[in-house]
Design a protein around this ligand. Structure first.
Ligand SMILES: [Zn+2]
Length: 464
């Protein structure tokens, strides 16, 4: 029987640069190589130096969000033999995301930040030759070779759909008769176009180790909450803003949230709950990623596979070039990234035109770090004071501020139920603040007295 050794290489106990090292059967695997969305330069990297150079046999990518893929070229440079295993959508979306990161890093450098880009466009392009796209529910080895029922392989990998964004996958590792399941980011409930996760049920095969995210561990799902009900509440809120002559800004992640909301707007228009002539604006990165969603709509787990987001919803695309021409006019929806309103992003720059006008509203629809500009603005609320960055003098918020819940992350209740069914022998919570991991760990200890529940500190190597 092989054992697993786990080391959390994330910068801290937080949702930041996700990266985990697994050693098993004489092999080392990295699960995700993210970068911290708010930290520039090397400060945003995971603790890649805790693993010796050229010691990794494979890198596995759960999905293409920056906090999971953002340091991949750096990790690949350190481990020049390691293939990178991922789903086909993650391969396509990941290339777009990393090239966008290079553009952001070049812009930071040009503005005198003092940080040189961590990698170049050319390095992303050449690295993609080692990216191997593999289908869901198929066994392959660490070199990406398919493993049939009679084939012997020391360690095998199998992906299953995680329901978080297009291409997101949980990873089941089998090694010497034992199993380890890494959930990555997961949503068990259906979103508007992403169906809920289709994870292994571990009815026939025991789960020895499970690594589970805990983003919403500290927040209870409100009584009676449904996504359909939340969509109605959103429609009513948009109507109210339009009726008083205002417009709506929704800070959104370019990947995942933008596409979900294009489909939500399409549904609202079809039901007469949103004016057909209401212009919708999205960012250039969001538009590019949406092309991939449209291209793969019929080849991936997907609700409404016939909905062509760019053609059927026909959003206007905003770039850095035409941002200055963009006017805050009544009865428009600005669905702009980033979701956390990180400085210099479209939503941060554009919000400054919004704050002083009581007719307008900013709607927050997903996760935002409490310390991020979006987190601080949501907490400040109407009447509060906010500075959106060093170049923005503090001002009083006069526009409406409304939170909604359209999360791409599982509720703590659905995570608890899945863990209880899967009965892992050992359970590790990651990807959450300490309070969130603690709630889920306490719940799991109550539900599964025979399970060892761990929240290992970053940098500590644990035998499982
Ligand atoms: Zn994610």
């Amino acid at each position: 029987m092989s054992t697993f050794h786990f080391t959390n290489l994330t910068g801290g106990a937080e949702i930041g640069a996700n990266c985990y090292s697994i050693e098993t059967g004489g092999h080392r695997i990295l699960l995700d190589t993210g970068s911290h969305p708010k930290k520039a330069g090397t400060a945003g990297l995971p603790q890649l130096g805790l693993v010796p150079d050229d010691s990794v046999d494979a890198i596995i990518m759960s999905h293409a969000h920056q906090d999971h893929i953002g340091s991949l070229p750096v990790a690949m440079r350190r481990h020049p033999r390691a293939p990178v295993l991922m789903t086909e959508p993650t391969r396509l979306l990941g290339g777009i995301m990393l090239h966008n990161s290079v553009n952001v890093m070049l812009a930071e450098q040009a503005s005198g930040s003092g940080h040189a880009p961590l990698f170049s466009h050319r390095e992303v392009d050449s690295g993609e030759r080692r990216w191997l796209a593999r289908p869901l529910r198929q066994k392959f080895d660490l070199t990406g070779e398919r493993v049939g029922p009679g084939d012997a392989a020391e360690v095998t990998v199998e992906f299953s759909d995680a329901g978080h964004i297009l291409g997101s996958a949980g990873t089941l590792l089998r090694s010497g008769g034992r199993t380890l399941f890494y959930a990555g980011d997961v949503q068990f409930d259906d979103q508007n176009i992403s169906p809920g996760a289709d994870f292994p049920d571990f009815a026939k095969e025991p789960c020895d180790v499970m690594i589970m995210e805990s983003t919403y561990g500290s927040r209870a799902r409100p009584e009676g909450f449904t996504r359909a009900g939340e969509t109605e509440r959103l429609a009513t809120a948009i109507e109210a803003v339009f009726a008083r002559g205002g417009c709506v800004l929704m800070p959104l992640f370019a990947l995942g949230k933008t596409q979900e909301f294009l489909s939500i707007f399409h549904g609202l228009r079809a039901r007469g709950r949103l004016r057909r002539d209401c212009p919708i604006y999205i960012g250039g990165l969001g538009a590019k990623l949406t092309e991939t969603y449209d291209k793969l709509a019929r080849k991936t787990p997907r609700l409404q596979p016939n909905l062509d987001l760019l053609n059927d919803v026909a959003p206007f695309v905003v770039g850095a070039q035409n941002l200055a021409d963009l006017r805050v006019r009544p009865r428009r929806i600005f669905a702009l990234s980033s979701g956390m309103m990180t400085e210099k992003t479209l939503s941060n720059v554009f919000a400054r035109q919004f704050l002083s006008t009581p007719e307008n509203s900013i709607f927050f629809v997903g996760y935002a770090d409490p310390e991020s500009p979006a987190g601080r603005l949501r907490a400040a609320g109407t009447g509060g004071k906010i500075s959106l960055g060093p170049d923005h003098p503090e001002e009083t918020v006069r526009c409406g501020i409304e939170p909604f819940n359209f999360s791409a992350h599982a509720s703590r209740e659905t995570i608890r139920a899945y863990v209880k069914r899967a009965k892992p022998r050992k359970l590790i919570f990651v990807h959450g603040d300490p309070e969130s991991s603690k709630w889920l760990a306490d719940a799991a200890r109550e539900d599964l007295p025979g399970t060892e529940v761990l929240t290992p500190a970053p940098g500590v190597r644990v035998e499982l």
